[in-house]
Design a protein. Structure first.
Length: 133
């Protein structure tokens, strides 16, 4: 997709649980803001990892946005989810210390309480060794 095509095929929706961004042709939510005080953002991370019994990432993100009671509950749901494929997830809450980056894959890794700006790239090597569950 070119940027213009993405813009034309991106939709922002209002829900009872908050707002979400979805892209035509993709089922689920790419980015969302919960009215329970947190946001969850997806950044794809290509890898050979697949768990065919797991939850598709975009479905899982939507479910977490819909059901998590707060930031801490969202952290718990992300860590305990069985994910179908790898992804980088960024979770941000209302308070300054409420920011976590999750590297979903064969091992779910987490960085939290970050004291500096967060940059999430598609290069998993950038985060390996710095994530602790």
């Amino acid at each position: 997709f070119y940027p213009e095509q993405i813009r034309k095929n991106t939709e922002i929706k209002e829900h009872y649980w908050g707002k979400s961004v979805s892209v035509f042709g993709m089922v689920g939510v790419v980015t969302g803001i919960s009215n329970k005080g947190f946001s969850l953002i997806v950044n794809a991370l290509p890898s050979p990892y697949h768990n065919w019994n797991g939850s598709p990432v975009l479905f899982g993100v939507r479910r977490i946005l819909q059901t998590a009671k707060n930031y801490s509950d969202a952290v718990n749901l992300i860590q305990n989810e069985s994910w179908m494929s790898s992804a980088l997830l960024t979770l941000v809450g209302k308070e300054k210390k409420q920011i976590s980056v999750f590297e979903i894959g064969e091992e779910n890794k987490k960085r939290e309480n970050l004291k500096y700006p967060v940059v999430v790239t598609n290069e998993s090597e950038q985060t390996q060794g710095y994530c602790g569950r």
